[in-house]
Design a protein around this ligand. Structure first.
Ligand code: AP5
Ligand code: MG
Length: 191
């Protein structure tokens, strides 16, 4: 099973990923978490990553490509991707990789939540956890970049017949019930 979770900053990708991976037993790749881990390590590469992601910009492509490539080669049987692909360019690269590996996407799940609620969630987390990109300025930049570079993936995957749109409003368990139903339907459709 190969799943992609798509959606704006704060929509609940990380929260739902943990539930999906626990329930369906697939490994989780969050490119954001991987990049934050490296940026906190104090390495030279980490400092370079932080310069981009702390202000809401994409990390350099070569870093992301390497992280994702290593993860995919370690997990050939399936996984859940959270935060990748994030642009049409990354999606095309990933499509090429999948074709080469003879693999197919089970589903791309787009979570949807209104802008005001997204901002509320991120500002709240910024206040409590202090994630460096949860400041008003970085949130605005992440939203802008999402609209410009990531949202086009919704049509990209709709055209390929793999898109599922799920409301991300309600409690995390309510959202997961909807996500779970969609995944089960897709998996059964495969048989
Ligand atoms: P990434 O970590 O992917 O950040 P993001 O897309 O901005 O999304 P978040 O992690 O903030 O939100 P989420 O959707 O995971 O929601 P969460 O569950 O945490 O990427 C960070 C950065 O890394 C990017 O900006 C970029 O710089 C870089 N990067 C990553 N991938 C890259 C790539 N492929 N290429 C280049 N650069 C890349 O929830 C948010 C909050 O809401 C939490 O506090 C949570 O508790 C709460 N919450 C969750 N669900 C609910 C609910 N149902 N009701 C109420 N609150 C909820
Ligand atoms: Mg996340």
């Amino acid at each position: 099973m190969i799943l992609v979770l798509l959606g704006a900053p704060g929509v609940g990708k990380g929260t739902q990923s943990r539930k999906i991976c626990q329930h369906f037993g697939v490994p989780h790749l969050s490119t954001g978490e991987m990049l934050r881990r490296e940026s906190k390590s104090g390495s030279e590469l980490g400092r370079e990553i932080a310069r981009h992601i702390d202000i809401g910009h994409f990390a350099p492509d070569r870093v992301v490509t390497q992280l994702v490539g290593e993860f995919l080669s370690r997990n050939p049987a399936g996984c859940l991707l959270d935060g990748f692909p994030r642009s049409v360019e990354q999606a095309e690269q990933f499509e090429e990789y999948m074709a080469g590996a003879g693999a197919e996407l089970t589903a791309v799940i787009e979570l949807q939540v209104g802008r005001a609620e997204l901002e509320r969630r991120l500002l709240e987390r910024g206040r409590i956890e202090g994630r460096p990109d949860d400041t008003p300025a970085a949130i605005a930049e992440r939203m802008r970049i999402y609209e410009e570079l990531t949202r086009p993936l919704v049509d990209f995957y709709r055209q390929r017949g793999v898109l599922e749109v799920v409301s991300g409003v309600g409690s995390p368990d309510d959202v997961f019930a909807r996500v779970q139903a969609v995944i089960e339907r897709r998996v059964q459709g495969d048989k």
